[in-house]
Design a protein around this ligand. Structure first.
Ligand code: IPE
Ligand code: IPE
Ligand code: MG
Length: 251
């Protein structure tokens, strides 16, 4: 089923966000503050993922999307990049069976061609294995960029359909890499920066944004609850006025 577009119709709002998307930032600074190598922060960051996945299941979140590696992170020193790749492989080796046992559906989105063949194969196997699960959908954005996503969607659309003339957003949306998920209700960025860093540019159109100084390795279930509580105080107007929302009669 195609998900509704927040710009085409006003989505139903639930108290617990259905979809949470997170920029997991601050691993390096977490480590540096402790006089540890940056990699120690990434290792701790994987542990934090486990805790947040579990918390999302317990709170009834349907989709959790995690920015693990951006299309711009290749600019980092080669040893940090290769370490992140190894961590990714190790995490898949260790976690996929557990995820499957917990009814989690795992998706990995991004330009995966740039990863080595072994990692690509592992991703494919993990996705296939968990494809039929009906619990939390966990999406890892790896070599992902919001601009890449829009461009790849456009390219696939023009390759598959004979579009002539101007297109509508509804024509492009099914080709976006996260077309299987509703748009994020809540966006979280840890680590103190207040920017999007080329994450889900299209999909964040009407997401509630939450920024915290907490470094990702320290982001635990109670920190998630604080973010969700903040979300629950927001008035999601989708272009309407407060008075319209209060009345809820005129649309
Ligand atoms: C986020 O933490 C993880 C990745 C980008 C892979 P960082 O590595 O960006 O940590 P900081 O921002 O340098 O502290
Ligand atoms: C964003 O963090 C990407 C991920 C968390 C994977 P960065 O640390 O790469 O973002 P910038 O460079 O500070 O914008
Ligand atoms: Mg960073």
């Amino acid at each position: 089923m195609a998900h509704h577009s927040s710009t085409k119709e006003i989505p139903a709002i639930s108290n617990v966000p259905k979809h949470i998307a997170i920029i997991m930032d601050g691993n390096g600074r977490w480590a540096t503050k402790r006089f540890l190598p940056r990699v120690a922060g990434h290792v701790k960051g994987v542990e934090a993922v486990r805790g947040i996945v579990e918390a999302c299941i317990n709170r009834g979140v349907d989709y959790l999307t995690l920015f693990a590696f951006s299309s711009e992170n290749w600019r980092r020193p080669a040893d940090e990049v290769s370490l992140l790749m190894r961590l990714f492989v190790t995490a898949l080796e260790k976690e996929v069976a557990k995820m499957h046992a917990n009814n989690i559906r795992l998706k990995v989105v991004g330009d995966l061609n740039r990863f080595d063949a072994q990692l690509q194969k592992m991703i494919q196997v993990a996705e296939t294995k968990t494809a039929g699960n009906s619990g939390l959908t966990v999406t890892i954005c790896a070599n992902y960029g919001g601009r890449w996503d829009v461009v790849q969607a456009f390219n696939r659309m023009t390759a598959e359909t004979s579009v002539a003339g101007p297109i509508d957003e509804d024509q492009l949306a099914p080709y976006l890499s996260m077309a299987y998920a509703p748009e994020p209700d809540l966006f979280i960025r840890t680590g103190g920066e207040t920017r999007i860093s080329n994450f889900l540019l299209w999909q964040l159109a009407y997401s509630e944004l939450y920024f915290t100084d907490t470094y990702w390795p320290d982001f635990d279930a109670s920190a998630l609850d604080t973010a969700i509580t903040s979300y629950q105080t927001r008035e999601r107007r989708f272009g309407r006025t407060s008075a319209q929302l209060a009345g809820q009669t005129s649309s």
